[in-house]
Unconditional design. Structure first.
Length: 566
C-alpha cells in the first residue's frame, strides 16, 4: 500500500545453509589489496612491477626475470589468519609453486603447493598464520618469466579466531558538518555508525555543501583495518580517500577513489590506526555528502558487538501464526491478533477507516473488509483528529497486527478475493514496526504483498519501498491474469529472508528481489527487522483515482486466511 507514513522451493533458493562453526570463517575481502609488496625480480626494462599485482586492476601485472625460482611477497601489516588466495596468471604462468606464510619475512611455512599448475585464475583454500604471504614459483610453463595480473589474499572473519570484525559500531563519530532540519532531522555523524540503514549522516546545507568534507570514527584503540563499507545516499562522493591516524590530526591515505559510483561500496584496504576517516574531495552534484552507513572492519580496536541479526527461516517451514476467520457471521476481528487503525488514511484516500464497524466475518470462513458509500454521514464518521471533520462520504476497514504480532523473515501469505470497480484499492501488506517508534516512512520500509486497483481489474502488484526507492520508484512487478481478480480468490505470498524476497501469486513467481543487488543499485536495504501485517480496503487515492458513476457500493474484500510460516 503506497503510503505517506507509512512454494517452499522459492524460499529454499534464497536461504544459505548454515554449516557448523569453524575455527575461522574465510572472508571475501582482499587483504593484499594495495599492501606493501616486494618481488624477487622484475622483467628487465618493463613497467610490470610487483605493486601491479596487488592494485586491484586486472589490466596491470607483475612479471619476473626469465629464470627459476621467483617470488612475490605481500606484507599484511600484522599477523593474520590466512585462509585462501586467488592467483590470476598471465600466459607466463608457473606449473610448480608454493603459497607460504611467515611471521618475520625470513622463515617460511608452506600452506599450499602444486607441481601441476594450469595457469588462468586459481582460487586456493588453505589455513595458515603470518604477517607475510608469498607465492614462491619453482617451475615456469614458458621460456619467459612468471607473470601475475593479480594476487589476492583472504583472511579469517570469525572474531573468535582472531579474524576481522565490525569495529565501528556506535563508536564516537565526527564530521566536517551535519544537517538538522526538516529535510534531514538530526542527521549527525553517529547515524552513519549505528548499523541502522534507515538513518544517515549528511553535511549541513548552510556550511557543508562544499568540497572538501569528512567524517571519521574513533575505534577506541589501535586497529588493523581491512575493509570499509560505505552505503551512500544520492548525495555521494565521486572522489574520496580512506585514511587512518593515530591521533586524529595526522592522516595516512590507504585508499583513493577518483570515480566513485555511489550506492554501496565495499573497499578492501590495509592500514593501521585508531581513527579512520573518509576524506571527501568531490561531490557528485550540487548538494553535500550523505552516508546511510560507514562501517569499518578489521582486528584490534575496542569493538562493541552490534545487535544480532535474526536467523533465517529453517527448513522445513512450520506455521507459527494464522487467522482462518472461521468465527460465526458478524464476528469482529480477533482482538488478540488485530487492532483497527482508524482515520482517513493517506495518499488522498477518500474513506474513513472505522473502529471495526466495517470489518466482520461472513460466516463462510472469511473476514469482510467492506467499503461503503455513506448516504447520510453520522455516527459512522466520528470527528477525525487530523482534519477535524465529522462527516465522510465513504467508510471502510483497516486492521493491523502492530502491537499484537510482528516477524523478521518467513513466508507470509493470504487467500483473498479483492473488491472491484473503479476507485477501490484493496491491499495486503507489511510495515516496519519502527514506524511507530520514530522512524518515518519510507525509511521504515514497506512490503506490498498485494495491491489491486479497481480500474485495472486483471492486474495485481507486488512491491517494496525503502528510503531511496518509494512511491512510483518502488521496486516491484505486476501480474496480469487475463480476468478480473475480483471474480475469485487468489493466494498472494512473499518468501523473505536475509538475502532477499520472492513474491508470488497463485504459486507463480512474479518478482525476485536480491538484497545485495538493491544495495548496489538502488539504496539501503531496511528489511532485516520486525514487520507487522496490514489488511485494508481503500477508496480513492492518488494511484487508483476516485470512484465514478460505474463504481458499485458496497464493495467487499474477502480474506479467507492469513498465515505466517518460519
Amino acid at each position: 500500500m503506497r503510503t505517506l507514513i507509512g512454494a517452499f522451493s522459492l524460499l529454499a533458493a534464497l536461504v544459505v545453509p548454515v554449516t557448523a562453526v569453524q575455527a575461522a570463517e574465510c572472508g571475501t575481502a582482499n587483504a593484499a589489496l594495495n599492501a606493501p609488496v616486494t618481488a624477487s625480480s622484475v622483467e628487465t626494462g618493463s613497467p610490470f612491477t610487483a605493486a601491479s599485482a596487488v592494485d586491484g586492476n586486472p589490466g596491470t601485472r607483475w612479471s619476473s626475470a626469465f629464470s627459476d625460482p621467483q617470488w612475490l611477497r605481500v606484507d599484511l601489516g600484522t599477523s593474520r589468519e590466512v585462509c585462501g588466495a586467488t592467483l590470476q596468471w598471465e600466459a607466463a604462468y608457473a606449473t610448480a609453486f608454493q603459497i607460504q606464510t611467515s611471521a618475520d619475512g625470513n622463515a617460511w611455512t608452506t600452506v599450499h603447493q602444486t607441481t601441476t599448475g594450469t595457469g588462468g585464475t586459481q582460487n586456493l583454500t588453505f589455513t595458515g598464520t603470518g604477517r607475510y604471504v608469498r607465492v614462491h614459483t619453482t617451475a615456469r610453463a614458458t621460456q619467459y618469466g612468471v607473470s601475475l595480473w593479480e594476487f589476492a589474499v583472504r583472511t579469517g572473519t570469525n572474531s573468535g579466531g582472531g579474524g576481522d570484525g565490525l569495529l565501528s559500531y556506535n563508536k564516537p563519530a565526527f564530521a566536517s558538518s551535519s544537517q538538522d532540519d526538516g529535510a534531514c532531522p538530526q542527521c549527525a555523524p553517529a547515524k552513519a555508525l549505528d548499523f541502522n540503514p534507515a538513518t544517515r549522516w549528511a553535511t549541513s546545507p548552510t556550511t557543508g555543501w562544499v568540497d572538501p568534507g569528512w567524517i571519521y570514527v574513533d575505534l577506541g584503540a589501535t586497529a588493523q583495518v581491512s575493509k570499509v563499507v560505505l552505503q551512500w545516499d544520492p548525495a555521494f562522493a565521486t572522489g574520496f580517500e580512506i585514511q587512518t591516524s593515530a591521533n586524529a590530526s595526522s592522516w595516512t591515505t590507504i585508499h583513493t577513489v577518483a570515480n566513485g559510483t555511489g550506492f554501496k561500496q565495499t573497499i578492501a584496504v590495509n592500514g593501521t590506526g585508531r581513527y579512520v576517516r573518509v576524506n571527501l574531495t568531490k561531490r557528485s552534484g550540487p548538494y553535500g555528502y550523505s552516508l546511510w552507513e560507514f562501517q569499518v572492519y578489521g582486528t584490534g580496536g575496542s569493538p562493541t558487538p552490534p545487535p544480532p541479526q535474526a536467523p533465517d527461516p529453517g527448513t522445513p517451514l512450520r506455521l507459527v501464526w494464522s487467522d482462518e476467520f472461521n468465527a460465526p457471521a458478524g464476528t469482529r476481528p480477533d482482538t488478540a491478533k488485530w487492532r483497527p487503525e482508524t482515520g482517513t488514511g493517506q495518499n488522498a484516500e477518500l474513506q474513513y477507516y472505522t473502529d471495526n464497524r466495517n470489518a466482520f466475518t461472513d460466516g463462510a470462513g472469511n473476514m469482510v473488509l467492506e467499503a461503503r458509500r455513506e448516504v447520510t454521514p453520522g455516527s459512522a464518521c466520528p470527528v477525525d483528529p487530523v482534519s477535524g471533520s465529522g462527516t465522510c462520504q465513504y467508510t471502510s476497514a483497516r486492521i493491523i497486527t502492530e502491537g499484537k504480532a510482528s516477524w523478521t523473515y518467513g513466508r507470509f501469505e493470504a487467500r483473498v478475493r479483492v473488491s472491484g470497480t473503479k476507485g477501490l484499492w484493496p491491499a495486503f501488506w507489511m510495515l516496519g514496526t519502527d514506524i511507530f517508534k520514530g522512524t518515518p516512512w519510507p525509511a521504515s520500509g514497506e512490503i506490498d504483498i498485494m495491491e489491486h486497483l479497481g480500474r485495472e481489474p486483471n492486474t495485481a502488484y507486488q512491491t517494496i519501498h525503502g528510503p531511496a526507492y518509494f512511491g512510483g520508484g518502488g521496486i516491484g512487478a505486476m501480474r496480469d491474469i487475463g480476468q478480473d481478480y475480483a471474480a475469485a480468490f487468489h493466494v498472494f505470498r512473499v518468501d523473505w529472508n536475509s538475502k532477499g524476497m520472492v513474491f508470488s501469486i497463485d504459486d507463480v513467481t512474479v518478482l525476485t528481489i536480491d538484497k545485495a543487488t538493491v544495495e548496489a543499485t538502488r539504496g539501503p536495504w531496511v528489511f532485516d527487522k520486525p514487520f507487522f501485517i496490514l489488511l485494508n480496503n481503500a477508496v480513492g487515492g492518488d494511484w487508483p483515482g476516485p470512484p465514478d458513476a460505474t463504481t458499485v457500493f458496497p464493495q467487499r474484500m474477502l480474506v479467507d486466511y492469513v498465515r505466517v510460516y518460519q
